[in-house]
Design a protein around this ligand. Sequence first.
Ligand SMILES: *Cc1c(COP(=O)(O)O)cnc(C)c1O
Length: 416
Amino acid sequence: MSLIWRPFTQMQKAPPTPTVLKAKNTNLFLKNNKKVIDAISSWWVITHGHCKTEIVKAVQKTAKDLDQVLFANFSHEKAEKLIKELSKFLPKNLNKFFFSDNGSTAIEVALKIAVQSFSQKGQAQKKEFLSFKNSYHGDTAGAMSVSARGVFTKAYKRFLFPIHSCSQGQLSTDPDKMFYEDFERKIEKHHKKLCAVIIEPLIQGAGGMIIWPPAVLERICRIAKAEGLYLIFDEIMTGFGRTGTLFAMDQIKTKPDILCLSKGLTGGFLPLALTISTDNIYKDFLSQKKEKALLHGHSFTGNPLSCSAALANLKLIQKNKFKLKNKWAWIEETNKQRLAHFKKHPKVKDVRAKGVIAVIQKESAYESFFAEQASQKALRQGVFLRPLGGTLYILPPYCITKKELHKVWDVIESLF
Ligand SMILES: *Cc1c(COP(=O)(O)O)cnc(C)c1O
């Protein structure tokens, strides 16, 4: 019997898991001598490839001199340099960086900041959130509250706070209309009590890799801003190149007030997260009173090793800017070509692609065991996939070769 209790896994049904001995570039090397292509970047974290030499070296170097230090009392150069480098890619007013160590926590922090900021402005009634159907923002209580409700949240229902959930017409023929109508209606009805709108910009990840047009995002962001609501962008999945630009927000003009990053931040090498807010919000927390501070923190806040991995990731992005853009475009183009095969397939409801992400949607139900079966079948053929219910997708590391990408697609074809 397994001693390990695995995430998101019905252990009674779970097949034994293979042991990974080594990971390099797109490949996982298993104990049974098998080599597997990691077509989903190990849950959307790996950017340049597994064990990217520059990141490994940076972490090794830091590890010799510095481990964890208490970030409430000390600073260190890795965090300082990371902020400086990251700022080059961000809007100027997003300039206050709160560190934590995973995506869900980055969201919790964002929610707390939004509520507390309005409260300290004397608008304590503004404490409700508007989020979107199919959204996923993490697994802690606050993050679950603003996420779509379903089998993943059912057991904890009474512990989650109520939110306003906006429907959207992602797969309908007139998505714009459906989308705006519900959004505008909810804003109009609840704006006095709302503090923030939380969004996965351009692609909703765990909810089924649902792609929205930039124009729709732009419009809802403008409406939210016009009402004085905070815009929280959850770029935990979309960040660091997944949508074909470094950040999804690069594809629209309106910018968020709070930005959450994690996953690809360290190139996927180590856990780290950031909740980045504007100066204006930060100022609401300045006071003579301790209780007006953001009284939140974690043991591993701003871990120096994680920061050095993130710094190395950013340096690689900076150095290979044009190469990466081309690579993202090439992956998207290849994906679109290979998706053509599925367009008229009788078992397929929808195909879509954006950036490095490509999606084949079978059924929408999470309950079906298609995902588990497809995953097992693909693994036997040397490709690691993990469909979201009936939504099969790929999200490969950027180092994937032509041969590897086509192999991934050949294996996907064999599943249908
Ligand atoms: C993965 C993810 C999270 C949660 O991040 P964890 O590090 O897994 O807690 C939040 N939001 C989005 C959009 C994600 O994809």
